[in-house]
Design a protein around this ligand. Structure first.
Ligand code: 3PG
Ligand code: MG
Length: 346
């Protein structure tokens, strides 16, 4: 059952409120990556093309505790107006400047909904949050799913149905607890589960999962957590006391690449090491290149994995690059997404 689509909504002459996920990374007040802005454009264009009289776009940006000039939507508003020069578009200020956003305060929801006749939820990256702009407004206005939200649910959702095999799951990164749920649910269905990053250390000590996983044989170890620390390749068990594993080693790279290239379905979330530092980037790069080269339905999620793909120019070579981090994980865990559940089904 899918939420009803904006494609079926009569928007001509209507004032529409849209929740997009314009929570982009900022560096020195500048937008460091536009992926989420680009991904929100098709829905906005559809509404304008179909004659909406006003399109008010709202989003959160960062995690402010109240009004914070450093997290103003201004740079995003400017960029959006460059990309779509139409004065029916209005970009509201950061929803999290109002404390009622994260508590889903009905008063703030009413304030957001005020003056609009229809609500379109397109912020896939935020639908795991039951906030005023994701759930509150959808209870006040007739709500529809935007094009990005629909597509994300479809692409990610297809991993939950019948998949072409072998199905290879690749997981890494530092947020181990966030990912165990997905490993429990989706990992049991995969033919091979490859684990790198910090995740591997934890699962080596104690594997709470009900199936076998492939852990690294070797590791690039460093004497300290520094980009230019003394480093070398070690068997996983031979890492000197006090040293840190900051990437998977060459044997593991080859093994993981081999498994990935034979896959027909892939889900990858989380880097294999500290890829921001070039000396510890080879593992993540090998996985990204493997996923891009595989003749498979490949889905990549999570901000770090997407950043790695973007930096390598490989984003267009995967089947689906999800704009959702936490939301994608919760969907694949089988959890209900409050921002989706509130939209009437088609
Ligand atoms: C994200 O970046 O994952 C989404 O925009 C949600 O942001 P949040 O984790 O601060 O709620
Ligand atoms: Mg997040």
């Amino acid at each position: 059952m899918s939420p009803r689509s904006v494609r079926g909504a009569d928007v001509r002459g209507k004032r529409v409120l849209v929740r997009s996920d314009l929570n982009v990374p900022l560096e020195d007040g500048r937008i460091a990556d536009e992926t989420r802005i680009d991904a929100s454009l098709p829905t906005l264009r559809l509404l304008l093309d179909r004659g909406a009289s006003q399109v008010r776009v709202c989003s959160h940006l960062g995690r402010p505790k109240g009004p914070d000039p450093a997290l103003s939507m201004e740079p995003v508003r400017e960029r959006l107006h460059e990309l779509i020069a139409d004065d029916r578009i209005e970009v509201l200020e950061n929803t999290r400047f109002n404390p009622g956003e994260t508590t889903n305060d009905p008063k703030f929801a009413r304030e957001l909904a005020d003056g609009s006749e229809l609500f379109v939820e397109d912020a896939f990256g935020s639908v795991h949050r039951a906030h005023a702009s994701t759930v509150g407004v959808a209870e006040l206005l007739p709500a529809y799913a935007g094009l990005l939200l629909e597509r994300e649910l479809e692409e990610l959702g297809s991993l939950l149905g019948d998949v072409a095999r072998p199905f290879v799951l690749v997981s890494g990164g530092a947020k181990v607890d966030d990912k165990l749920g997905v490993l429990h649910n989706l990992g049991g269905k995969a033919d091979t589960v490859l684990i790198g990053g910090k995740m591997a250390e934890q699962l080596r000590d104690e594997n709470p999962l009900l199936y076998e996983v492939v852990l690294p044989d070797d590791v690039v170890g460093a004497a300290a957590f520094e980009a230019d620390a003394e480093a070398g390749v070690f068997g996983y068990a031979e890492l000197p006391a006090g040293w840190l594993g900051l990437d998977i080693g060459p044997k593991t790279r080859a093994r993981f690449t081999d498994e990935i290239l034979r896959a027909r379905t892939i889900f990858w979330n989380g880097p294999m090491g500290v890829f921001e530092w070039p000396r510890f980037a080879a593992g993540t790069k090998a996985v990204a290149e493997g996923v891009a080269a595989a003749d498979a339905f490949s889905v990549v999620g999570g901000a770090d994995s997407l950043r790695a793909l973007n930096e390598l120019g490989l984003t267009n070579r995967v089947s689906w690059a999800s704009t959702g981090g936490g939301a994608a994980l919760e969907l694949l865990e089988g959890k209900e997404l409050p921002g989706v559940a509130v939209i009437p089904v088609a």
